[in-house]
Design a protein around this ligand. Structure first.
Ligand SMILES: *Cc1c(COP(=O)(O)O)cnc(C)c1O
Length: 388
């Protein structure tokens, strides 16, 4: 990064057109024209770097990707229609039949389904370690292992994994180390600094930050991103120019939003920790978090997700949601609006109790994505719902 994070997030933009617009225009065009036969030939053989067709590249997606690369400290990237398109395309591009993945057990639900239901169709298997079992990671690595994958903080249990330690293990065993950095955003944590090769985001969450569009991105070294690009260019999970334009604008305010989200979240976490209807609270920057020291080492702030366990199990969790007045009951996160979910009775209700506990979802666990409303109003709503 040449300038500070905040400045790059605002000032990295496409060259202005002849109209000298201040803010970047939206390039709603499916394709681009060629000057003549020679121009077309040279473009298709990639002797010339230029836009051909918006499934490959488009000025708006290029701007978004280049900004993400600067903010994550990566060489190259590609933008996808959703976070899951980024996750799937990365695996599909980099793995062969027979390859093996070592992953943290606590991963996003659809990523778990990909590991257990879909990748096995192509004879790609996954071994899991739990967030508190980092000492077994090396024992899971086989000759066929190609990728070490994790999220930190994890969704929804808000566990933190030591990126530096994982980076060292990946390097020692010559694995591609991939981090889903969705919960932290590059403002709070830059995994490449700790040895990650590829960083993936669901831009749908904190990067958009206003619950409007879906998007995803993968950034990393040029050779690996080239493989991912070629896969995506031919299979079609590209981000739309409109969504890219929205997301690039969103990045301009990411630092101020993230600061305020985190300030509100730690206040909510401290309030909940002192509440007599709450068994425990998990937020990376609470001293009681099991990986507090690791979080302090690798994160600038603790993030906006607070997980807490209500006394009284599933019933108490459902009652709590019913008593919420202001906050939203929604499956999204990282929005300006505070969102509460009760995984045991909703997103993870199909799992057995044993499987739920394995990912840290106890019956009374609530996940709160703390928004940008006045923190006193957020706390008042949670308090009245806990006491209801
Ligand atoms: C939401 C999410 C995804 C998937 O992103 P979509 O944009 O919904 O496809 C992946 N990883 C994490 C950690 C997420 O929270």
């Amino acid at each position: 990064m040449e300038k500070h994070f905040e400045t790059e997030a605002i000032r990295s933009q496409l060259n202005r057109t002849e109209f000298l617009e201040h803010s970047v225009p939206l390039y709603l065009t499916s394709s681009f024209v060629f000057e003549d036969a020679e121009d077309m030939r040279a473009s298709f053989t990639e002797e010339k770097e230029r836009n051909i067709y918006s499934r490959f590249t488009n000025p708006n997606t290029t701007e978004f990707v280049e900004k993400m690369c600067k903010l994550e400290g990566a060489e190259s990237g590609y933008a996808f229609a959703t976070g899951m398109a980024a996750v799937f395309s990365t695996f599909a591009a980099l793995l062969e039949s027979g390859d093996h993945i070592v992953s943290c057990r606590s991963v996003f639900g659809s990523t778990h389904s990909m590991f257990t239901k879909f990748l096995p169709k192509w004879n790609i298997t996954t071994s899991y370690f739990k967030a508190d079992e980092v000492d077994i990671v090396e024992s899971l690595i086989k000759p066929e292992t190609k990728i070490l994958y994790l999220e930190s903080p994890t969704n929804p249990a808000v566990d933190v994994l030591d990126l530096e330690l994982m980076g060292k293990i990946a390097k020692k065993h010559n694995l591609i180390f991939i981090v889903d950095n969705c919960f932290a955003t590059p403002y709070l944590q830059q995994p490449i600094k700790f040895g990650a090769d590829i960083v993936i985001h669901s831009a749908t969450k904190m990067i958009d930050g206003q619950g409007r569009v879906l998007g995803g991105v993968a950034v990393g070294p040029s050779d690996l991103i080239r493989e991912i690009y070629l896969f995506a260019r031919n299979t079609g999970p590209a981000l739309s120019p409109f969504n890219a334009w929205v997301l690039s604008k969103s990045l301009e305010t990411l630092p101020v939003r993230a600061e305020k989200h985190c300030e509100n979240a730690i206040k909510v976490a401290e309030f909940l920790e002192a509440h007599d209807k709450v068994n425990f609270v998990k937020h990376p920057f609470l001293k009681s978090h099991p990986q507090y020291e690791v979080a302090k080492k690798q994160m600038k702030l603790g993030g906006n997700i607070v997980a807490f366990e209500i006394k009284g199990g599933v019933e108490a969790g459902r009652k709590f949601l019913d008593a919420i007045k202001m906050c939203s009951l929604s499956a999204n996160l990282g929005d300006t609006r505070t969102i509460v979910t009760h995984p045991a009775s909703t997103t993870h209700s199909k799992l057995s109790e044993e499987d739920r506990l394995e990912v840290g979802i106890s019956d009374g666990l609530v996940r709160c994505s703390v928004g940008l409303e006045h923190v006193d109003d957020i706390i008042a709503d949670l308090d009245q719902a806990l006491n209801a």
